[in-house]
Design a protein around this ligand. Structure first.
Ligand code: ZN
Length: 266
């Protein structure tokens, strides 16, 4: 991403509504004078990549499966896994893979404005969203290592990720069972498990991560000061996303995952 696309992105978001502008001003006051850079190259490229603000150099996209956008090693491993499943008559399809900061922000801000209209306070809106939607910049989908996997699409795309489809008798039961027994062989691990006591996001039977690439991404992500990026990039509610809040969020949500994907334990 060059300077112009970064700035255009931020400005067009800000122009979407006065609410965003006022929350940005409040955020800057709350977090302290965050200096949003005129030139994003002053921020480390590695950080921009992990936050979805810059595409990884080795991001690959499949011409037959356009939704399949992953970093090279994860991409190859997914295709191997898919081919193996197919040999066993299980049809597997990639849903959401690599996702930009901008896409996550659009989802976040849209839902945030719905809560605003319902007269929720920003804090109530944040509490309501937690567990369902990652704060822009913190989604594992920004890393190009994670993929939402479904079976043959028989419903509109927007409605494929429902837990009931992946249980016994569900339309994606065959995929869920195959992944449970075979995904690890190909280096993929389910992220949001049903393990009792796990914190963070609700269980997602469809979300798998390529550990070899995701482990170093998470290790590095934990060191990033995310709050300044949220303020500068027009994220709704960012006045409440203070460094302290984000530290707690990282512990609860980013580390509330399958232990196989936590760097310190691997
Ligand atoms: Zn996902």
């Amino acid at each position: 991403m060059n300077r112009r696309t970064f700035l255009t992105d931020v400005v067009s978001t800000a122009a979407a509504g006065a609410v965003i502008l006022s929350s940005k001003a409040q955020a800057m006051e709350a977090i302290g004078q965050v200096l949003c850079p005129q030139d994003e190259s002053s921020w480390p490229r590695e950080e921009l990549e992990l936050l979805g603000l810059e595409k990884p150099n080795d991001l690959r996209q499949d011409e037959h499966l356009p939704s399949l956008r992953l970093r090279a090693r994860a991409y190859e491993a997914f295709l191997d896994m898919r081919a193996d499943a197919k040999r066993q008559h299980v049809e597997m399809y990639p849903g959401s893979c690599y996702r930009t900061f901008g896409t996550q922000r659009t989802m976040w801000n849209k839902r945030f404005s719905v809560y605003h209209q319902k007269k929720f306070s920003p804090q109530q809106a944040l509490d309501a969203r937690m567990g369902y939607l990652a704060i822009p910049g913190t989604s594992r989908h920004h890393w190009g290592t994670d993929v939402d996997i479904t079976g043959e699409i028989r419903t509109p795309e927007a409605h494929t990720l429902r837990a009931r489809y992946f249980v016994t008798g569900g339309i994606f039961e065959d995929v869920a069972v195959w992944l449970r027994y075979n995904a690890n062989t190909f280096g993929f691990y389910r992220v949001y498990t049903e393990k009792p006591g796990r914190t963070g996001f609700r269980s997602e039977p469809w979300h798998y991560s390529f550990a070899e690439s995701a482990l170093p991404s998470l290790r590095r992500f934990m060191e990033i000061e995310v709050s300044k990026y949220l303020v500068c990039a027009g994220v709704e509610g960012s006045e409440h996303l203070t460094p302290e809040f984000l530290d707690r969020y990282k512990q609860t949500f980013m580390l509330g995952i399958n232990p196989k994907l936590i760097p310190a334990q691997n």
